[in-house]
Ligand binder design. Sequence first.
Ligand SMILES: Nc1ncnc2c1ncn2[C@@H]1O[C@H](COP(=O)(O)OP(=O)(O)OP(=O)(O)O)[C@@H](O)[C@H]1O
Ligand SMILES: Cc1ncc(C[n+]2csc(CCOP(=O)(O)O)c2C)c(N)n1
Ligand SMILES: [Mg+2]
Ligand SMILES: [Mg+2]
Ligand SMILES: [Mg+2]
Length: 304
Amino acid sequence: MSAEARFLTLLRLLADDPAARGLMDDAAVLDLPASQLVLTSDTMVEGVHYLPTDPPDAVGWKLAAVNLSDLAAKGARPIGCLLNYALSGDDDWDSGFLEGLGEALNRHAMPLLGGDTVKMPTGAPRSVSLTAIGEAAGAVPARGGAQAGDRLYVTGPVGDAGVGLDLARADPAASGPLVDAYRRPRPRLAEGALLAPHVSAMMDISDGLLIDAARMGAASGLAVVIDHIPLSPAVERTRGGSSAVMIAAASAGDDYQLLFAMPAAMRPPVAAIPVGHLRAGGGLTLMIDGAVMPLPARLGWEHG
Ligand SMILES: Nc1ncnc2c1ncn2[C@@H]1O[C@H](COP(=O)(O)OP(=O)(O)OP(=O)(O)O)[C@@H](O)[C@H]1O
Ligand SMILES: Cc1ncc(C[n+]2csc(CCOP(=O)(O)O)c2C)c(N)n1
Ligand SMILES: [Mg+2]
Ligand SMILES: [Mg+2]
Ligand SMILES: [Mg+2]
């Protein structure tokens, strides 16, 4: 068992309240008399989740966006958030960060309610953390609710952010839609709210389509077949549309598209691209152009 798996096993012993959903979902869901509270927290570490050369406003935007994306995955409306911040010793960086954070909070109507500030020893890599609180009116979809025979969909193409990261790594001044997809992801809140009452399972894609689809299958006790990896025109123009490009796109992560399962007889109420289906059994099968492909050694990100 890896150190991380051991740590999570011990954590689960501390999290036996049903609201924690076994620490196996995108967010915790607390039943209230009239609605449900949805709680989620994500951290970003310099060099792991963003490049040291990324502009600070992009880091602030992205910290809010990745948390909003987990609310979107549960169909929740943001209520507010708590920020845990380590001062970086560079005032310009800190104010740039707040500018981007504020922009994302305003755009998505998520007020800052509190948090904590600490100072890191000089030279330590930056780490920023945010806890988002949302509210869901109806049933909150789980990762693990998919049924055998369900179709699997994404709300848009995958892999833009992965190419954007490569471009930003090669040239910190790079710009354009692919770099924007990596630095300023857009949480699919409206889509999540429209989908939530109809899906049998839903999650956001943060670690990569392949690994996140495999997680949905495992949580649902089913086998997953991915038979289509949708690429954007921008990725096809930059990288082409070979199966190697598709597999890279499906394991790059940082997409923040929603991945959801729905009975084959239903039509998704938002624009969505079919990517596969779920069936009895276990494991992940990848098909490209109708042919079963060997799975790549790495399906996506497992905590950096
Ligand atoms: N240190 C921790 N303490 C308590 N719960 C945790 C901890 N780390 C993860 N979890 C819980 O594990 C579950 C899955 O978290 P995870 O971070 O893998 O999901 P995610 O946010 O959807 O993915 P990503 O972090 O890639 O965006 C959630 O219920 C989360 O609250
Ligand atoms: C500099 C840099 N290198 C790589 C990536 C890609 N990346 C790293 S961790 C992760 C998934 C979420 O992690 P976790 O599961 O720990 O929350 C992704 C998509 C990045 N964003 N920045
Ligand atoms: Mg998630
Ligand atoms: Mg997380
Ligand atoms: Mg997340």
